[in-house]
Design a protein around this ligand. Structure first.
Ligand code: ADE
Length: 230
């Protein structure tokens, strides 16, 4: 899979995409991730990428020309993308289903939103998916892009080791994960539930499912209702 990320602050993306599972997946060539500076496609000595908005109002807007030039250049180089994603708080809310779908694609481009937003013509003509990672506003779309990339890369076949499994992640079945424990069996007087020490695998799986259901009902009643209807 190839993931290209177009941004005005490439520095933000260096660290989150160079550790742990994502780092290993890159080293094992499961994914190629390229962080591209939008300013490289801007003209003039100032390499301007944003400008005042028509009609007035606070905040700068990302200009269409550098983005168009960047996307067209990259599209040619990649012979097209499966999706061109824009990270923005007014996009559709990101979830595990969308992550699963993105992980099946060969080539995606993520444009990170910045400033007040991007000229609407870019959204109308160049972008194929607009994604928000939640109902709050970040200073830029880079962290949202990092969230998308991390959640997608861990789903690529071979990204997780034998002891890890994406199938048991929270949300994969619309249930939250059950609690987990490790040694010692008693710490500070706090005990690991007896059932986990029982060796009875069937009873353990039943207990885990009960715990998942209880947690989901209590913490995410919205998820539980969805599950009930499906
Ligand atoms: N840019 C700013 N806030 C964002 C959000 N919540 N999701 C995606 N991109 C963003």
């Amino acid at each position: 899979m190839i993931i290209d990320i177009l941004t005005v602050v490439p520095e933000i993306l260096n660290s989150p995409l160079n550790y742990s599972i994502v780092k290993r997946a890159r080293e094992n060539n499961l994914v190629e991730i390229n962080v591209i500076n939008l300013r490289d496609f801007a003209k003039g000595s100032y390499r301007q990428v944003d400008d005042y908005q028509y009609g007035g109002g606070a905040g700068m807007v990302m200009m269409p020309e550098p983005i168009y030039r960047a996307i067209e250049t990259l599209k040619q180089k990649r012979q097209g993308y499966d999706e061109i994603i824009f990270t923005t708080p007014d996009g559709e809310t990101y979830n595990q289903q969308t992550a699963n779908y993105f992980s099946t694609l060969d080539k995606i481009l993520i444009l990170c939103g910045h400033y007040k937003g991007v000229d609407q013509r870019v959204r109308d003509h160049l972008i194929t998916r607009e994604i928000s990672i939640g109902d709050y506003v970040l200073s830029g779309g880079e962290l949202a892009a990092a969230v998308i990339v991390d959640s997608v890369v861990r789903l690529l076949p071979g990204a997780l080791g034998n002891s890890e499994s994406a199938l048991t992640d929270s949300f994969q079945d619309n249930l939250l994960s059950p609690p987990v424990y490790t040694r010692p069996a008693e710490f500070n007087g706090w005990k690991v539930p007896d059932i986990l020490l029982s060796g009875n695998q069937k009873a353990i799986e039943e207990w885990r499912l009960e715990q998942s259901i209880e947690r989901t009902k209590r913490i995410r009643p919205d998820l539980w209702e969805k599950l009930d209807l499906d």
